[in-house]
Each structure stands twice: as C-alpha cells, then as structure tokens.
Design a protein around this ligand. Structure first.
Ligand SMILES: [Fe+2]
Length: 224
C-alpha cells in the first residue's frame, strides 16, 4: 500500500523528494480524517488526549534514542542528538503531562492498555535497529505531530483547558525537526542502504496504525 514507484535509476535527491512527498501525503490523509472536536463527546475528547499522552510522554525520547542507536552514519547522529537535547533540556514530557492534567485527560490504565498492541508493535519494530527505516518512521512521526497540534489544542480547549505550552512548542519546533530528519534520511541511505527486498515503509505503516488507534480508539484490544 505504501510503496514508492520510481524508475530504478532514481537516486539521491529525487528519491528523497519522492519519499518526503509520500510521507507528506500520508500525514495529509491522517489530518483530513480527524473529527470535528465540537462533534465529539467530552469522553471521546479526553480519550484522544489520554491515548496520545500515553504514547508520547514515555516513548518519544525512547524511540528517538532507539533511532540514534540504529543509525550507522556519523553525520546523522548529531542531528538526532540535537533533537534529544531539546527534548531533555526543555523537559518535553513535563509539558506533555501538564497539558493532559490541565485538560483532565491524564491517561488511565484503560486508556494506556487500549492501544497496547499497536504501541508494542512500534517498540518491536524499533528494536530491529534498522537505521533507514527508523529515521523515516521518526520523520513521519515529527511531521504528523506538528500537523496534529492544532487539533490537540482544540480538544483541550473544548475541555476547558487553556494550557498550551506543549502544543505551541510542538507546532513550531517540529517543522525544523521534520526537515532535519529528512536530511538525516538521505545521509543514512547513502551510508547504510536498505536491501532491495526490505520494506522502507515498514515502521511508518506500523506507526500509522498506532496513530489511527490514538484518534479512533483501538478496536483490536479487549482491555478498554
Ligand atoms: Fe517534544
């Protein structure tokens, strides 16, 4: 479903541009499918914030670190380290928690467990330590997060919260992060190319399934 069709000779910048375009289209599709926050019940709005928080608060730094460990390019590591530096120095998980608590949507055990299978699949994928696929997955993640922030802020607003530090920061800084991760992708592909039979979009598709479960609530788990 997520395959790129390019002439075999397509390389370097044109391949990078084609991949970036495909990721951009996938993000556009996910954003276009978002419901109107006003049409949701309070419980539904809280569920989305809570599931998003259950994933992001404890996993973003872990997943960026997993990507750092996976890459082979010496030029890519500083790009990922800069991203991690900001996450840790500015304590993004603190912003995330404040945002969820202020919206009265801090995740319950049911919120966290309702997306357990989809979350586990992303963790297991990143555990394979595949440099190119991991960088692409994080580029997709950053791109989606940045576009998702307006919707997330609207959900919190409908819940009566005015806390916006998390959504304001990530609606801006992730534009640069996304561009830097696509630059990292090209660098890693040059040093550590994936085999022709490997699926470049393996992690992207797995993460996309998790994102859909965050927004819609999972239908594949009985824990909720
Ligand atoms: Fe962050």
């Amino acid at each position: 479903m997520s395959t790129i069709t390019l002439a075999p000779q397509a390389q370097g910048e044109s391949l990078g541009a084609a991949i970036q375009q495909q990721i951009s289209t996938m993000v556009d599709d996910l954003i276009a499918q978002l419901p109107n926050p006003k049409s949701l019940s309070s419980e539904q709005r809280c569920g989305i914030i809570a599931r998003y928080t259950a994933v992001l608060e404890g996993n973003f730094i872990y997943w960026m670190t997993a990507t750092y460990i996976a890459v082979k390019s010496d030029e890519v590591r500083p790009i990922l380290a800069e991203n991690l530096f900001e996450e840790v120095r500015d304590a993004h998980p603190v912003m995330m928690r404040k945002f969820a608590v202020s919206a009265h949507a801090f995740p319950t055990a049911n919120d966290a467990l309702s997306i357990d299978r989809e979350l586990t699949n992303v963790r297991l994928f990143l555990g394979k330590l595949q440099g190119v696929q991991s960088v692409l997955t994080m580029a997709f993640f950053e791109g989606w997060i940045q576009r998702f922030m307006g919707f997330l802020a609207d959900l919190a607003g409908e819940q009566g919260s005015t806390e916006r530090e998390y959504t304001d920061v990530h609606g801006v800084c992730d534009i640069t992060h996304t561009a830097e991760l696509f630059r990292a992708l090209s660098l890693e592909m040059a040093v550590n190319p994936i085999s022709p039979d490997a699926d470049l979009f393996e992690g992207v598709d797995i993460l996309r399934t998790l994102i859909i479960a965050i927004v819609q609530g999972s239908t594949s788990n009985s824990a909720a």
